[in-house]
Design a protein around this ligand. Structure first.
Ligand code: HSE
Length: 293
């Protein structure tokens, strides 16, 4: 039996579309046992208790890569990461299944190699890389081969997620993106992305304010998130340094360095038209954790 704990992740971080992601201290924990029977789930919504469950899909991919037959599985799920909210719940299930199969068969693959296998399921590595490696990660996959670089995050920097009571599927959020972008917008993002990484490392407030910006996805997605403008205005009024859509949304992410930010935001949250849950989420530096028993 193996227990796998996988962190939530916030992808894109403004200018790093499909590239940057950071692991956050909110977890899905899954336990897997191989059996001679079929698939059995506990702690999982009925709609997801089947072979299309992403943890099962990933488990199977690793077994195929190892040249081994797919066993029956008993899977127990304790899921804290909300579904379809832009906090990496899909990536967490994929990482869990892949890490479980790997661990139960002698751990032949490194976390980076697992990223290559997992990315073939998700199609972009920005949630998967921090889910597997922990911390702030920039990554890409070229010809099926994953490349990832980890960056430090200044310890004084706070991430606060504002999670709405409505869902937004990544599929719907990708459908609104254009096929091409103006050259100037590409340059805008390259410059902000490079500066942002240093700003996050050094906790440089001025650089964070200007570099956590984006022209590749947020301008197209804002209108899918009712209340976006009001939440942004409130967050900045309460002292957020910067603000962005978490992954494909609809969760919105505030970055702050002032102790009073969360308390100030909590005092005013009821003024917003929609219902938002405020969740301070420290960075997770560990990534996927596997315990064999
Ligand atoms: N980079 C992805 C997107 C993250 O923004 O569509 C969502 O999984």
């Amino acid at each position: 039996m193996v227990t796998v704990r996988v962190p939530a992740t916030t992808a894109n971080l403004g200018p790093g579309f499909d590239t940057f992601g950071c692991a956050l201290s909110l977890y899905n924990t899954l336990t897997f046992s191989e059996t001679d029977g079929d698939l059995r789930f506990s702690g999982c919504e009925a709609a997801y208790c089947n072979a299309d469950n992403l943890s099962v899909v990933a488990y199977r991919r690793v077994m195929e890569a190892l040249g081994l037959p797919m066993p029956g599985l008993d899977i127990t799920m304790d899921t804290q990461i909300p579904i379809c909210r832009g906090l990496g719940s899909s990536a967490s299930l994929i990482a869990a299944g892949a890490a479980a199969a790997n661990a139960l068969h002698g751990s032949p693959y490194s976390p980076l190699e697992l990223l290559g296998i997992c990315n073939a399921i998700e199609g972009h590595p920005d949630n998967l890389a921090p889910a597997l490696l922990g911390g702030l990660v920039a990554s890409f996959v070229e010809d099926g081969r994953p490349f990832a670089a980890r960056y430090d995050v200044h310890p004084g920097l706070h991430f606060t997620a504002l999670i709405p009571d409505f869902e937004l599927s990544t599929h719907a959020a990708r459908r609104v993106l254009p096929k091409e972008v103006p050259y100037g917008d590409a340059v805008f993002n390259v410059s902000r992305a490079a500066v942002l990484l240093k700003a996050l490392e050094q906790g440089d407030k001025e650089l964070l304010r200007v570099s956590l910006d984006d022209r590749l996805h947020q301008p197209y997605r804002r209108s899918l998130i009712p209340g976006y403008e009001q939440v942004r205005a409130l967050a900045l009024d309460c002292g957020a340094l910067a603000f962005c859509i978490s992954g494909a949304g609809p969760t919105l992410l505030c970055l702050s360095m002032e102790d009073g930010f969360d308390a100030a935001l909590a005092r005013h949250l009821h003024e917003l038209p929609q219902r938002w849950t405020q969740l301070p989420l420290p960075v997770d530096h560990t990534g996927v954790q596997v315990t064999l028993s």
